[in-house]
Design a protein around this ligand. Structure first.
Ligand SMILES: *Cc1c(COP(=O)(O)O)cnc(C)c1O
Length: 344
């Protein structure tokens, strides 16, 4: 069966152009600095992300943890949102790899109040205090929300007042730029370093980029080796990353439009609570009424060849990507409609 997989944008398969690029990739030993395809990806990524240099890393998780390791000293404090990926979904790596302490602040749907950040920056020489080593932002947030540029700018001003660097978890930064209708560099200008996933909506099979100043990336290259991320003929997996940046970063508006179309249909169904204004990127979040027979709904989706994650705490998430067409969205909405109007 040809599955329609809407669990995440991580499920995307490489495009035919990516497979061809992998086949044709010129490779070398990248630990020696000999892989021209990796070098090309890193140069392209640095340019597109508006930074001096970039480093190819195996995963987004790796890139974030490498950023913490490179920016911070052991025992430093990192200020970040209580619902961010680094806190929730990176296996506590910050304590193990960089040896830092995470100081969370309440996030308002992914947005951190710059004043709340400033209030937590350690000031003075009190030997009791950890040093504030870093501020981390996430844009787009993995809850599907985009952080407005003025909030990013104000956070930058706070960081500059206290000489604290800013790392941006930009796993979906191209989705954020697409939503804001701006160049991705208008977002990344407010961060010292940025991590961007090639393997989500951009559809590369593996890989992420960490970008920053030339000096920062030189140090990160050492840290990547320490973390076991020195890869050899990595051009084979860097080649689809080049295609991801060149061909896929500009088409995300399609995924966003499909998500909005799906949201409009789902919002009209009985037993569904959905705020259409919350659909900013390729993610549709909605609540199901207690009366909805979730098992029957999940069975109906599976029977129709749809892979979807079941609701968690009553919330369900559907994600669009290049392998979900406008017609697929209508078909998916039809399955929901049949299941919910029969059984809600
Ligand atoms: C997916 C994601 C990551 C991690 O990326 P992996 O490649 O899955 O390790 C980091 N941050 C955010 C916000 C993400 O959505």
């Amino acid at each position: 069966m040809q599955w329609l997989d809407v669990r995440s944008d991580t499920v995307t398969q490489p495009t035919p152009a990516m497979r061809e690029a992998m086949f044709a990739a010129v490779v070398g030993d990248d630990v020696y600095g000999d892989d021209p395809t990796v070098a090309e990806l890193e140069a392209l990524g640095a340019r597109m992300l508006g930074k001096e240099a970039a480093l190819f890393v195996p995963t987004g998780n790796f890139g974030n943890q490498l950023a913490l390791l490179t920016h911070c000293r052991r025992g430093d404090e990192v200020i970040l949102g209580d619902d961010c990926h680094i806190v929730w979904h990176e296996t506590g790596g910050a304590a193990v790899i960089a040896g830092v302490q995470l100081r969370t602040i309440e996030s308002e749907l992914g947005v951190l109040d710059p004043r709340a950040i400033e209030a937590r920056i350690r000031v003075g020489e009190d030997i009791h205090f950890p040093r504030t080593g870093l501020i981390c932002l996430e844009n787009a947030h993995s809850n599907g929300r985009v952080i407005p540029l003025d909030v990013m700018a104000e956070t930058r001003r706070v960081a500059d007042r206290h000489s604290v660097p800013v790392h941006l978890d930009g796993a979906r930064v191209f989705n954020a730029a697409t939503h804001l209708g701006c160049d991705v560099r208008e977002i990344t200008q407010y961060a010292d370093s940025v991590m961007c996933c090639l393997s989500k909506g951009l559809a590369a099979p593996v890989g992420s980029l960490l970008a920053g100043s030339r000096d920062f990336i030189a140090r990160a290259r050492r840290g990547r080796k320490l973390m076991g991320g020195g890869m050899r003929q990595a051009g084979v997996i860097a080649a689809p990353g080049i295609v991801a940046l060149r061909q896929m970063s500009g088409r995300l508006a399609e995924d966003h439009a499909n998500a909005r179309a799906l949201a409009a249909r789902l919002a009209a169904l009985p037993g569904v609570w959905l705020d259409e204004a919350s659909v900013q990127i390729n993610m549709v979040w909605f609540r199901l009424a207690d009366s909805v027979d979730v098992t029957a709904l999940m069975d109906a989706l599976a029977d129709a060849g749809v892979k979807a994650n079941p609701p968690e705490d009553g919330w369900m998430r559907v994600v669009t990507h290049w392998q979900v067409s406008a017609a697929d969205v209508e078909r998916l909405a039809d399955v929901f409609e049949a299941a919910l109007t029969d059984r809600a």
